[in-house]
Design a protein around this ligand. Sequence first.
Ligand code: NAP
Length: 257
Amino acid sequence: MTLKQVLVTGATGRTGFLTLEKLRQHSDEFTALGFARSATKFKELFGSTEGFFEGDIKNISSLEKAIAGCQALVILTSAIPKMKAPPQPGQQPEFEFEAGGMPEEVDYLGQRNQIDAAIAAGVEQIVLVGSMGGTLPDYPLNKIGEGNILIWKRTAEAYLIDSGIDYTIIRAGGLLDKAGGVRELLVSKNDVFLTNPPNGIPTSIPRADVAEVVVQALREPNARNKAFDLISKPEDDPSAIVTKDFAALFAQTSAGL
Ligand code: NAP
């Protein structure tokens, strides 16, 4: 079997780490490479810098070297809001984005750079992990630091779709650091989970499950040219049937934003 060479950006992020680890567990299928800003952080997480490319997604030339020879790209970068200062007792914390780390720069222009570099390198498929809330300008996350983060993420998704490359866009719900593989996963579109959550369940999902869906999207032909919102039923939901058939999950999704 020919190995599929995959570059994971945001490899030192929480979902990026899990995704690269998972891909590397399937070394009979994938050669998995990681792109991140810090070699030190990468080495701390993975134990070595083998298969590591250092760079910044705002600098397209650093991406070009990493992506050469890859058949697939997994985009797991994101602007990261920082707490302004510890809140006073009884007050809510306030968040902002650092200079150079605004969502327009990272989630739009940085993602465009990744898409452009991938297309120039002849990559066949891009799997992009985004976030729900991009149709809801007043959603609280869009208000953080005047960043409109989810709007910029969705604008980059539209750019990806219009680029013509095969895409899989996974718009995750709130990410949890909990075990994967023990929940039923649910898909939808256009923020319906946020505006009308099924049976009022939390609109969240473990990062490990998102990482698994990324791996499956690289395998399953019917994950190609699909975009969907993704959440999980709670682990203790008595109605849940743990998702194991990913082809069936992708069959419930559709093309276009
Ligand atoms: P995360 O831990 O916040 O990681 C984000 C990664 O992006 C980090 O590794 C960071 O690098 C990298 N990054 C940021 N700016 C960069 C730049 N200019 N160049 C290169 N790398 C850059 O991610 P996560 O919380 O696991 O989320 C994964 C994805 O799911 C994101 O797209 C996020 O928006 C989406 N999502 C998140 C949530 C949530 O609840 N957090 C909910 C739904 C969807 P460093 O390691 O160097 O900082």
